[in-house]
Each structure stands twice: as structure tokens, then as C-alpha cells.
Ligand binder design. Structure first.
Ligand code: OSB
Ligand code: MG
Length: 388
């Protein structure tokens, strides 16, 4: 029996007529530095998708400004969507949103963030057509998601301690510290000493190390991190397996896991014990669900990562994080953590309660927040309409 025939999972057919691409610029409230680069302003890439019935869905392409996280950027994704992704989807009937990813995979390598943006928009459209929240259409069961914060590399350990202690006081359930050679052991030690043994701390290296630094990374074992995210190469699984054998701290993979096959390889090789699922990185919701299901079968905890999304991408992430295998806090911070004056582009903005929980919107169909379309149109620095 197909998943969409299960009771409670509505069957939806859809045919997109138009996709409007828009770029807006949102300055970050504080600069965000990872080992491979600095972001001060997000070039946010939004998609408005119109279905044959007139139903409208929204999605966000999470590609960065520069190819320092993955090979894709907003500019390559824009090109890929216009030239190859949209033409495969526009005017074509799909028997459900789960049929979109296979259509985008056939003889079409890479460009996963470009594909994901369109695929995830189709899921929002389908949820609206079915009259159900996106979280429910995806199979979500959780109503509140524990939130984490990802703190960029700071000038010195004292600055990181101040940021981490403020975040713990706000209620965040997971404190992720970006690290790089020269800003690692001393920084993490300072935070552990200030925050105490029970604080849920982790570190993310964004591929800044090599296996030659395994002994140095093993010094982090002293600090009881819940996990160490992506220490080695963005496409390496073999050396991560070797490193994991030498570390007590669980390795969590981010950049490496670009498909369910890579997740299976990680499990086979022992390259990591936790997976950060970012739907944009893996090509959308179908792949995210497959990775979730595989990890769940193997007892591998997963959590939803972030790419400094606006409230649109955040809505998609929150919906995904409601699936039952997302047992660890996501990088799902409230809107106010990212954006200053002018705020987010959705109503209501994303908030977190004092217990560090983000509520999954279950009171309306689709992504569950309204996009401020007027503000988006006013802020747009680039607009392109594909299709009719
Ligand atoms: O490695 O998880 C990462 C942001 C940009 C690129 C890579 C990463 C991140 C984050 C941000 O950690 C998490 C968030 O959106 O809050
Ligand atoms: Mg990461």
C-alpha cells in the first residue's frame, strides 16, 4: 500500500502553472561566522508557486551567498530552477507531492537546494489543496519542537561565554558553538566551565579539520559535548569513521549527508552517530523523510538543521521536525534571533516559549504562517516569473 493511501493521508494531485522567484535582502542582527566564511546579510530566495486551481504555496531556497557550505549558491540555484527544475514541473500533473522528487532526480545530477525549493513548495501547495497543515501531510506527530541556537565564532572565549549564557537563560535546549582551528578547545572549555556539567552543548566545525588533528579533537571529549558536527571533509565518510573510532564524543554529520544512500553509508561505515537533516541540502522533503525513516530504523537520532532561513524556510523546517524521529532540538531559533528592524516576512513571526519550545502551527492548511507578500514584493531586488 502506498503511503498516500493510508487513512488520514489525503491523496492530492497537483499541477503547477507558475513559479515566481524573488530575492530579498535581510541583514542579520549579528554577523554569523563559521569556519568557512562570514555572513552579515542573507540574500533570501523565495518561491511563490501557483497551482492550476489557483492555490498558492511558498518555499525558500536555502543556498548561500557563496559556495562555502555546499557548491550551490543563490545564483546557481536561480539558474538551475529557471533552466532545468521549473521546466520539469510546470504544467505537469503529479499524483502527489512525493512524485516530484523522482521527476527531478532523473538524469539530473546535483543542484539539490534548487530542486528542494521547488519540491518543498509543491508539498505546501499539496497541503493547502488537501486542507491540512504541512506537518500533518508529512507525517508529523509532535506539536512542539525543542529549539537550539547556533552561535557563530566569536572574537574570544569570553565573548562566546557571554553569548552562550544569554542563550541558556533564554531557554534554548541546545547550544551549538561554531569552532575552527584556533577557536576550539579553549572556547568550549570556557563555556563548559561557565555553564556547568548539565548544559546541552555541542560544536560544529563545518569541515575545518583533517584526520591529522584527531588527537587535538579528542581533547573536546573532556567537555561532554552532546555531539561534534561535521569535523572533516564535506564529502568524506571514511575518515569520519576513523575519527569516530578515536573520539568518545558522537559525530553528527551535516554537509556529508546529501541523500538516503549517504546516510546508509554513514551507518554502514560508522562515520557518525547522529544526523542533522536539512531538507534543502538533501533535495527536499521526500529525501528528508527517507533519511528520517532509515535513521529511525537504525536508532540514529536526527534533528533539523538550519541555513539562516527567513520565516518561510523556517516553517518548512518546523513541519519536518514534527516527525517522530526528530528527537533532538533543531537549529530552529525564533525570528527575532536572526532579523532586526523590519523583522521577519511571515505573520506571526516564529517565537519560542520560556521552555525553549517552538510550536508547530496546526490551525491552518499548509506552512501555517502567512507570508507578508506586500513586504516581499517591496523588498524584492530581483523577480522572475516562470510559466503562465
Ligand atoms: O553548518 O549548520 C550549519 C548556517 C549556515 C550554513 C551552515 C550552517 C548554519 C547554521 C545555522 O548552523 C543554523 C540556523 O539556521 O540557525
Ligand atoms: Mg552544520
Amino acid at each position: 500500500m502506498l503511503a498516500r493511501d493510508l487513512p488520514g493521508r489525503p491523496r492530492v494531485t497537483l499541477r503547477l502553472e507558475r513559479i515566481v522567484l524573488r530575492e530579498i535582502r535581510l541583514p542579520l542582527r549579528e554577523p554569523f561566522r563559521i569556519s568557512s566564511g562570514l555572513t552579515t546579510e542573507r540574500r533570501i530566495f523565495l518561491l511563490e508557486l501557483t497551482e492550476a486551481s489557483g492555490a498558492v504555496g511558498w518555499s525558500e531556497c536555502v543556498a548561500g551567498e557563496l559556495p562555502n557550505y555546499s557548491a550551490e549558491t543563490i545564483d546557481t540555484a536561480w539558474h538551475a530552477i529557471r533552466e532545468w527544475v521549473a521546466p520539469r514541473v510546470l504544467g505537469r500533473s503529479f499524483g502527489g507531492p512525493e512524485e516530484v522528487a523522482p521527476a527531478l532526480a532523473e538524469d539530473f545530477r546535483g543542484h539539490l537546494m534548487a530542486k528542494a525549493a521547488v519540491e518543498m513548495g509543491c508539498w505546501d501547495v499539496a497541503a493547502r489543496l488537501a486542507g491540512v497543515p504541512l506537518a500533518r501531510l508529512l507525517g508529523g506527530t509532535q506539536e512542539r519542537i525543542p529549539a537550539g541556537i547556533s552561535i557563530g565564532i566569536q572574537a574570544d572565549p569570553a565573548a562566546l561565554v557571554a553569548r552562550a549564557m544569554a542563550a541558556l537563560a533564554e531557554g534554548y535546549r541546545k547550544i551549538k558553538m561554531k569552532i575552527r582551528p584556533g577557536a576550539d578547545v579553549a572556547y568550549v572549555r570556557a563555556v563548559r566551565e561557565a555553564a556547568g556539567p548539565a548544559a546541552p552543548l555541542m560544536a560544529d566545525a563545518n569541515s575545518a579539520y583533517t584526520l591529522a588533528e584527531a588527537d587535538h579533537l579528542a581533547e573536546l571529549d573532556a567537555f561532554g559535548l552532546t555531539m561534534l558536527e561535521q569535523p572533516l571533509g564535506q564529502d568524506d565518510l571514511v575518515q569520519h569513521a576513523e575519527l569516530q573510532r578515536r573520539l568518545a564524543t558522537p559525530i553528527c554529520l551535516d554537509e556529508c549527508i546529501t541523500s538516503v544512500d549517504r546516510a546508509r553509508d554513514m551507518i554502514t561505515l560508522g562515520s557518525g552517530r547522529v544526523v542533522n537533516i536539512k531538507p534543502g541540502r538533501v533535495g527536499g522533503f521526500a529525501a528528508s523523510k527517507a533519511i528520517h525513516d532509515l535513521c529511525r530504523t537504525h536508532g540514529i537520532p536526527v534533528w533539523c538543521g538550519g541555513m539562516l532561513e527567513s520565516g518561510v524556510g523556517r516553517a518548512h523546517n518546523v513541519a519536518l521536525a514534527s516527525l517522530p524521529g526528530f528527537t533532538l532540538p533543531g537549529d530552529l531559533s525564533p525570528s527575532a534571533r536572526y532579523w532586526g528592524a523590519g523583522g521577519d516576512v511571515v505573520e506571526p513571526e516564529w517565537t519560542m516559549d520560556a521552555d525553549g519550545m517552538v510550536r508547530v502551527p496546526l490551525d491552518k492548511p499548509g506552512i501555517g504562517v502567512e507570508v507578508d507578500a506586500e513586504r516581499v514584493a517591496a523588498l524584492a531586488v530581483r523577480t522572475e516569473t516562470l510559466g503562465a
